[in-house]
Design a binder for this molecule. Structure first.
Ligand SMILES: Cc1cc2nc3c(=O)[nH]c(=O)nc-3n(C[C@H](O)[C@H](O)[C@H](O)COP(=O)(O)O)c2cc1C
Length: 157
């Protein structure tokens, strides 16, 4: 079995595309982080102060449930963990993911897609969710070619 996992959350498909190509380029297993309660378009409306995503971003204790688990996470040394940037950081479901497993000794390479923002304080905020893992800020990967994704991954493998 591959020793590398690409796990990702995507609400509108952009991160799915990057994660799938990254998994193919690195011959990794691919795991979609699917919310038990999927996000509707209304949930994603960042202009609405009462939308689900806005309320979740304002609540540091929020941990949206995930529909399924990675089987045998112990088999992976490196996990590429992708998500859209929401309100300058990772969506709270990424905190849920990190807190759901024993990730001690693993390298977690964060990557994101965004509308233009960088990763900001994402990595330092997520470190509290997996204190025994090595969490690395891999950066935002919008519009990368397959060759660029392969080069990106090679830095960590
Ligand atoms: C609730 C919400 C908040 C967002 N906040 C940001 C942000 O702070 N900075 C940014 O550049 N893009 C932001 N975006 C845009 C997404 O990061 C971008 O469209 C991303 O590529 C979507 O990925 P996905 O299609 O995999 O869900 C936000 C989108 C949503 C829905």
């Amino acid at each position: 079995m591959a020793k590398t996992l690409v796990a990702y959350f995507s609400a509108t498909g952009t991160t799915t595309d990057v994660a799938s190509r990254l998994a193919r380029a690195t011959d990794s297993d691919l795991f979609a982080i699917v919310p038990t309660d999927p996000y509707t378009n209304a949930d994603l409306d960042w202009r609405d102060k009462q939308s689900r995503s806005t309320l979740e971003a304002a609540d540091p204790s929020c941990r949206p449930a995930i529909a399924s688990r990675v089987e045998h996470i112990e088999n992976y040394d490196t996990v590429f963990l992708g998500f859209p940037i929401w309100w300058y950081v990772a969506p709270a479901i990424i905190n849920t993911f990190l807190e759901s497993y024993d990730l001690a000794g693993k390298t977690i390479v964060l990557f994101a897609t965004s509308g233009g923002s960088g990763m900001g304080k994402t990595a330092s905020m997520l470190r509290a969710c997996a204190p025994d893992a090595k969490i690395v800020d891999g950066g935002v990967l919008n519009n990368k070619s397959d060759a660029e994704l392969e080069k990106f991954a090679a830095r960590y493998l």
